[in-house]
Design a protein around this ligand. Structure first.
Ligand code: PLP
Length: 394
């Protein structure tokens, strides 16, 4: 046996931590806390989707699908892009079906970004984009979104672009803040992408979860951006099937080709029967999307009432299903200290905001994220527990 000390992790894997969000779900189970941490619904997916999966399994759709995606699903995605965004997408050459938006983003980064190139990321950001950058060798360059409206300063954005910039990541509606990027903000990004020949990787998985008549603007629909954009989406949030692991990346053929190659060697393909059932999901009628938005609006109102009652301040979400709450004035040392107190003493699990910021951001320890994609009973149970915060005020 060798006397050499065995290295346990690669340099890349050593540079990032285990997901804080999924860790919070484990802590929630340990303390029997109401789990408002991880971004998943605790209610069932639509019944027709359950039937569609069962049918796909019994129809013997149980072997590998074509690596870049089951043809009927790619066709359904192309049809939906046409219907909702008026974008013409070729299902044969411009769509790659992946294991969720998660794989779509990391495959895109690995396929299109070289080590040493920079990727601009708005901060706070969905935590996966950090490890995605490390895995692809890219250097993340953060541009701050400022409270209370989580807007950016155009000069700061412009200053982040340079010769090394390869891409910018946009996520709208935004996790964790619930911000929906306004058209003029996306136009400012688009202008800079075109000026510098920079790609835009846009994560639009909350596109149908919108409040107060906010409109989703897809980056690829802005003039000149269809050729520079990789649009990432997934079944997870829109159809309440986060466990299915079916997502996709839409891009011009010259970008789709390398994305497909990387995807093939990462995972071969997303689960075949779930891709086939995804056709039923993607083809849902207008009524489905309208009800989805209405139901989420009711959940958002419930969550706002709870936070107003217990006196936690938040940004009113325009989309997605999170409340990003400022706990800076509650007398805790950090977001982590507050989160631990909440899960152990109050019995509610949330996510410490630090996981959505880079190391140097001054706001890093001021926020926590509540997820409200939950049944009424769950939100009610959370309310009862959170009321203790009023009497327990530090
Ligand atoms: N992108 C964002 C912005 C998310 O919030 C999430 C999940 O919370 C994901 C991607 C993961 O998506 P998927 O389940 O399709 O991998």
């Amino acid at each position: 046996m060798t006397s050499k000390v065995l290295k346990t992790a690669s340099n890349k894997a050593s540079q990032f931590q285990e997901s804080v969000i999924r860790e919070m779900s484990r802590l929630a189970a340990q303390h029997k806390a109401v789990n408002l941490a991880q971004g998943l619904p605790d209610f069932p997916c639509p019944a027709e989707l359950k039937e569609a999966v069962t049918k796909a399994v019994f129809d013997d759709i149980n072997q590998y699908a074509i690596t870049w995606g089951d043809k009927p699903l790619r066709q359904a995605i192309a049809d939906k892009s046409k219907k909702f965004l008026n974008l013409t997408v070729d299902p044969e050459t411009e769509i790659t079906v992946t294991c969720g938006a998660t794989e779509a983003m990391v495959a895109t980064m690995i396929a299109l970004v070289d080590a040493g190139e920079e990727v601009i990321v708005f901060e706070p950001f969905y935590e996966n984009y950090g490890p995605d950058s490390i895995l692809s060798g890219a250097t993340p360059r953060y541009v701050k979104l400022y409270p209370p409206n989580w807007s950016f300063v155009e000069e700061e954005l412009a200053a982040a672009f340079n010769e090394k910039t390869r891409a910018i990541i946009i996520n709208t509606p935004h996790n964790p803040t619930g911000k929906v990027f306004a058209k003029h903000e996306l136009e400012a990004v688009a202008k800079l992408c075109q000026k510098w020949g920079v790609l835009c990787f846009t994560d639009e998985i909350y596109e149908h979860i919108l409040y107060d008549n906010n409109k989703h603007v897809a980056m690829a629909t802005l003039p000149g951006m269809e050729d520079l954009t990789v649009t990432i989406n997934s079944l997870s949030k829109t159809y309440s099937v986060t466990g299915w692991r079916v997502g996709w990346a839409v891009a011009r053929p010259e970008f789709t080709l390398p994305i497909r190659k990387v995807h093939d060697f990462l995972t071969v393909g997303a689960p075949a029967p779930l891709q086939r059932a995804g056709v039923t999901a993607v083809n849902m009628g207008d009524k489905y999307y309208k009800e989805l938005s209405e139901e989420y609006s009711a959940r958002r109102d419930t969550m706002m009432e709870i936070l107003d009652t217990v006196g936690i301040s938040y940004y009113k979400p325009e989309g997605a299903y999170y409340m990003f709450c400022d706990i800076g004035d509650r007398g805790f040392e950090s977001d982590l200290a507050f989160t631990k107190y909440l899960v152990k003493d109050i019995g509610v699990a949330v996510v410490p905001g630090g996981s959505f910021f880079g190391a140097d951001n001054k706001l890093k320890h001021r926020y926590v994220r509540f997820c409200f994609s939950r049944r009424d009973e769950t939100l009610k149970a959370a309310r009862e527990r959170l009321l203790k915060l009023k009497s327990d005020k530090k």
